[in-house]
Design a protein around this ligand. Sequence first.
Ligand code: ADP
Ligand code: ASP
Ligand code: MG
Length: 404
Amino acid sequence: MSKIIVQKFGGTSVGSVERIDAVAEIIKNASKSNYIIVVVSAMGGETNKLIKLSKHFSEDPDKREFDALVSTGETVSSALLAMALHSKGIKAKSYSASQIAMKTTNTFSKAKILDVNAKKILEVVKDNTIPIITGFQGITEGGDVTTLGRGGSDTTAVAIAAQVGALRCDIYTDVDGIFTTDPKIVSNAKKLDSITMEEMLELAGQGAKVMQTRAVEFANKYNVPVRVLSSFNEGNGTLITLKDESMENALVSGIAFQKDQIKFTLHGVGDVPGTAFRILGPISDAEVEVDVIVQNVSVDGKTDFTFTVSSEDEDTVKRVLENVKNDISFKELIVDSNIAKVSLVGVGMRSQAGVASKAFKALSENDVNIQIICTSEIKITMVVEKDLVDKTVEVLHKEFELEK
Ligand code: ADP
Ligand code: ASP
Ligand code: MG
């Protein structure tokens, strides 16, 4: 079966019955020329409400029950959207993760997709019925409900698109596409017509929440063409291109930032082989992703070891460090939550020098102190004080003339 398009609608897009009706209209129109499979998020704000509710009896609720609860927002929106389509004379059926065997690992709240029953979904499509699948949800081998992490419906959609061999995965959201930076922070940010998969991987990984990082990783691994577009305004959105077809690569394509970050510094740690592994090994075993990692030049055999993680992992990292304290001696643990990361991303950096110095000059002229600098082939990441993040993004956006 060819010509299948997977359409994913985010929380704001299905935030009210009026919005659900508008989305049903988009699906109805698209179904005139292609087979459609739909993936939905919970109605805007619902997941946050459920998370708050889960903390009523304990600050640290049972992980299995937490996922069982927070996954229910998607169940509501999928059934409602099916009803909206019925009211327009379109055949549609809602499906939960368990109904389509969306198998995941058993890491609650951060589960990874292992497999999905594409045959079942295709049977529904063949019956001229539009499957409306709950995003974000999964089930373990043993049948427990899991969730895929915040923004996880994007990953559900791309994974399904990959499994059914869809022509494209359309991610409908509340902005017109992928911009040079978050248009809610920089008002003259420019919408991009296309962006390379490589750049999108970096932007998502560095905090541009317009797509969940794992969704971009899936699209890259399985060669799924993805388009990000608005469910509010008509337009072509932004295509994430699998191959870099442009002759001239942008020096800086976009700026991403992440505020919910926390910095750990182990001060006065022994500069001996195996230290980094003994610190980061158990952290990675606890499924915590570590980003910026810096080890300073050592003085008298002692050094400082710094890394950043997402704020939600603060307690886990503290617990892990407490456990390894006997293996690695250090003078002091410094935990700083008053930080944020800002990253410049562009494939053009590979062939042209000077991006870093231009950025540092602009920031110094605007009194922004950079605490840590970390670079890769197509990215420069800077850690700054949390209050300065909007200013940092604005200054860099202007400096690299991204509005043009
Ligand atoms: P949805 O509920 O549709 O999944 P999200 O809130 O998860 O929507 O993602 C869309 C939001 O991502 C936008 O409203 C915007 O504020 C934010 N965003 C961050 N960086 C970018 C960017 N570079 N381009 C577009 N949107 C961005
Ligand atoms: N509803 C989930 C969340 O708010 C998943 C998603 O919207 O993609 O994170
Ligand atoms: Mg999202």
